[in-house]
Design a protein around this ligand. Structure first.
Ligand code: FES
Length: 510
């Protein structure tokens, strides 16, 4: 694994602090055919947790990661490992009852302890440290809800108290406090786990995008240059494929933004999220002698086109105003599926699947929800009873709750009033500035054109390879984003995030 630095990204380029400081892995691409007990598609926290747990139980596995380990959603996290998910327990009790809320909490609490156990047992150097986690409110309006959440969570058996003593540098009216929570360098964690998975008859393959999943005996997973034959397969790719679109109907792709800026102070022994709107998620971390403050928020449904620059600017303003933070060194966005009924999905990929399984809908709390879902699924594959199984069951009857009311409260609300209608297409040769993109309509064809910083135009089809919607240019992240189900492509057309699995094909420059 190569070293990384804390030098910031090139001016204007988005880059996750975690990816910038984690080094890189160099697992091989899959060539030829391998046979294992379980094929796992996706090298994020859900896939790798399942892989390690299966290997520990004596099963052989092959993990297929389309890019490099941890470069997907997990690499764009805030790094919180916690069972306090803003005001989730109030929401879950309201929609599913107290028993479901308790099971959700205990599953996430168990996931937190499992991660801590893996770090210790496997000797993974990933900055895992215990902190308190707070859901705070600055003013009186949300105080009753915060008090109620603290009491409810304590009653469910979680490490919850209400407190007005919150270690933030600005006035706070009160908070839910969960003790014994944690934060982590998630990419280093995943890289460490991947190193433990690979070997002894198990495999980790990078730059290996799964293109097809054929259920049967064996299950066949097809990639560009190889095939995995397995008894079972797990699809852990954020938004899955091979599910005939059912999880796209059950999970809302939701985008949020994070900035990291240096602060002149040691890191806090706590992480935070506001109950107030606009929501702010806060974490401090020290890397290579610099303390960084991470501020996340400004969330919105991925289908809404917004001005990402304004979103980042709003977070930077908050970091500066509330913490005296310096200039933003890193900024990145992330996108996760918010489950329609507020609960993750883990279980059969399709209603009649016997050997193909899915993990999805991690509601932006993927480090613990993804770990819990993976452990539950491993029990299912091993024939071991698991008390979380019914709650996470991917074949459960959908909740009567409907979007958007049941969108988890981690989502936050659009915050800057910058929502704009999706841009129309231009005609003829694109009139583009440097480092900008637009969709051009010529001869009945929609072409996505990006002009790089050297002035060269890169043209690809603007038709999403998933189900044919037209992509739009995301100026914040320099990606082509699909408004329909959240697929994202880089400026050269390569898939960044599914459900699309095929790149946007090149087109002549109009
Ligand atoms: Fe479904 Fe683009 S993500 S059509």
């Amino acid at each position: 694994m190569s070293e990384a630095t804390t030098a910031g990204p090139p001016e204007g380029q988005p880059l996750s602090l975690w990816l910038a400081t984690a080094g890189t892995t160099d697992f091989p691409e899959l060539h030829g055919t391998v046979e294992v007990d379980v094929a796992i598609i996706g090298g994020g926290v859900a896939g790798l947790t399942a892989a390690l747990a299966l290997k520990r139980s004596g099963r052989s596995v092959a993990v297929l990661e389309a890019g490099r380990i941890g470069t997907g959603v997990t690499g764009h996290t805030t790094g919180k490992v916690t069972s306090l998910h803003r005001l989730a327990y109030t929401e879950l009790q309201r929609n599913h009852g107290a028993s479901a809320a308790r099971t959700y909490g205990l599953a996430n609490q168990a996931a937190l302890e499992y991660i801590g156990g893996v770090v210790a047992a496997e000797g993974i150097s990933c900055g895992f440290r215990r902190v308190a986690n707070y859901t705070f409110t600055a003013g009186p309006d949300m105080l009753p809800q915060v008090r109620a959440e603290a009491a409810l969570a304590a009653g469910l058996g979680l490490p919850s108290t209400f407190t007005a003593d919150v270690p933030l540098p600005f006035p706070v009216a009160g908070a839910v406090r969960f003790d014994g929570q944690a934060q982590i360098h998630a990419v280093q964690y995943l890289q460490g786990v991947a190193g433990k998975v690979d070997g002894g008859g198990s495999f980790v393959f990078e730059r290996t995008r799964a293109l097809e999943l054929r259920e049967g005996t064996p299950v066949t997973v097809v990639a560009a240059n190889g095939t995995v034959l397995a008894g079972d397969a797990i699809v852990a790719t954020n938004i899955p494929f091979g599910d005939h679109g059912r999880f796209q109907a059950l999970c809302l792709p939701h985008r949020s933004y994070i900035v990291a800026a240096p602060v002149d102070a040691p890191p806090l022994d706590a992480t935070f999220i506001s109950a107030d709107e606009p929501m702010h998620s806060l974490l401090t971390v020290r890397l290579n002698g610099v303390t960084f403050l991470l501020v996340g928020g400004q969330g919105h449904p991925a289908a809404e086109q917004v001005d990402p620059a304004l979103r980042y600017a709003g977070l930077a303003r908050y970091a500066r105003g509330q913490f005296g933070a310096g200039s933003v060194a890193y900024r990145w966005s992330t996108q996760d599926g918010l489950p329609r009924d507020g609960l993750p999905y883990a279980g059969p990929l399709n209603p009649d699947s016997r050997h193909a399984f899915v993990i999805t809908g991690l509601r932006k709390w993927g480090l613990t929800n993804g770990t819990a879902a993976a452990l539950m699924l491993v029990d299912l594959l091993n024939g071991t009873p698991n008390e979380w199984a019914a709650l996470f069951d991917s074949n459960r009857a959908s909740s009567p709750a409907t979007m958007p009311a049941a969108v988890p409260e981690a989502a936050g609300a659009p915050a800057t009033g910058d929502t704009v209608s999706r841009e129309g297409t231009a005609r003829g040769t694109p009139d583009l500035g440097l480092d900008d993109g637009t969709v051009v309509e010529t001869d009945g064809t929609s072409t996505a054109c990006y002009r790089d910083t050297a002035g060269q135009i890169h043209a690809v089809s603007a038709i999403c390879t998933h189900l044919g919607c037209t992509v739009g240019f995301n100026r914040g992240d320099r990606t082509w984003d699909c408004p329909c189900h959240g697929s994202r492509f880089d400026v050269y057309g390569k898939v960044v995030q599914g459900p699309a699995i095929e790149d946007l094909p090149p087109r002549p420059v109009p």
